[in-house]
Design a protein around this ligand. Structure first.
Ligand SMILES: N[C@@H](CCC[C@H](N)C(=O)O)C(=O)O
Length: 277
């Protein structure tokens, strides 16, 4: 069969978006890995599936699969692309949507300028929320990684994040420390690893080594987690401009149980049809 898809990106974090309301398909994880391959497939960091909601108060169900085929709880850049996609495909006339994800409900609003504002829910710091094996909740934890002590913060945005503060993101050991921390036994479901350089209380630079995809040009939930951990530690203050390799996001968080609000762009690249074998 031929599967219709749209290629999109949010700040260079790229997606294959598939409408499973107008067409039927089931993708096995080895098919996802093949499609994600940048040489032999379409190439993407995450696959996003648009499905009918299962709950009556939701507009859609939004499912996310990493390039390695694993299903995950949340994707911030994907959420913005999801909102643009369902409006552009005329799957809805609403400009404000409630969507169901594995990590919990999200509220998405498309502004007249095309930027998308997402209520990402409240960050959670309790180690069990990630999960992370630590005795206590704390703004900073210490972990032995490859025999070296490492200070890090943790947060769940539905999906798990560790955040390390660095002097300079350009020279941060993303390709070595990223995978080492991602597979550390203290994170039984692995973790997305953010490297954060603080420029001022309202501006950071960030690189993220993502679970199931490696380093991406941007990670929306990673940006939310870095800002949440920084505000909690008292080194950042809302609003915060986050500069990622692929561009900028604006994050606002009032603290406590208030939701993290993420605003940024979502772009359509091309549409296509691909055989599913
Ligand atoms: N790129 C995403 C996050 C995608 C999921 C992540 N790799 C995970 O495994 O949790 C974003 O923009 O948030």
């Amino acid at each position: 069969m031929l599967l219709n898809f749209t290629k999109m990106h949010g700040l260079g974090n790229d997606f294959m978006v598939v409408d499973l309301i107008s067409q039927r398909a089931y993708l096995r994880d080895e098919q996802i890995r093949r499609l994600a391959d940048r040489h032999f497939g379409i190439g993407f960091d995450q696959l996003l599936l648009v499905e009918p909601p299962r709950q009556p108060d939701m507009d859609f169900r939004y499912r996310i699969f990493n390039a390695d085929g694993g299903e995950v709880e949340n994707c911030g850049n994907g959420a913005r692309c999801f909102a643009r996609f369902v409006i552009d495909q005329r799957l809805t006339h609403k400009r404000e949507l409630r969507v169901e994800t594995l990590g919990g409900p999200l509220t998405l609003k498309v502004d007249p300028d095309g930027r998308v504002r997402v209520d990402m829910g409240a960050p959670r710091f309790a180690p069990a929320a990630l999960p992370f094996s630590a005795e206590h909740d704390a703004p900073l934890h210490e972990l032995q990684v490859d025999g070296q002590p490492l200070a890090l913060s943790v947060a769940s945005m539905g999906n798990p994040h560790a955040v390390i503060e660095v002097e300079d993101v350009d020279s941060a050991p993303v390709e070595t420390l990223g995978p080492a921390l991602q597979r550390h036994p203290s994170f039984p479901r692995q973790v997305n690893v953010g490297f954060m350089q603080i420029e001022s209380p309202h501006a950071i630079r960030l690189r993220v080594y993502e679970r199931g995809a490696g380093e991406t040009l941007a990670c929306g939930t990673g940006a939310c987690a870095a800002v949440a951990c920084g505000i909690r530690r008292g080194v950042l203050a809302s609003p915060v401009e986050v500069t990622l390799r692929g561009g900028r996001l604006t994050l606002e968080w009032a603290g406590g149980d208030a939701p993290m609000i993420m605003t940024g762009p979502a772009e359509r690249v091309f549409e296509g049809r691909v055989p599913l074998s």
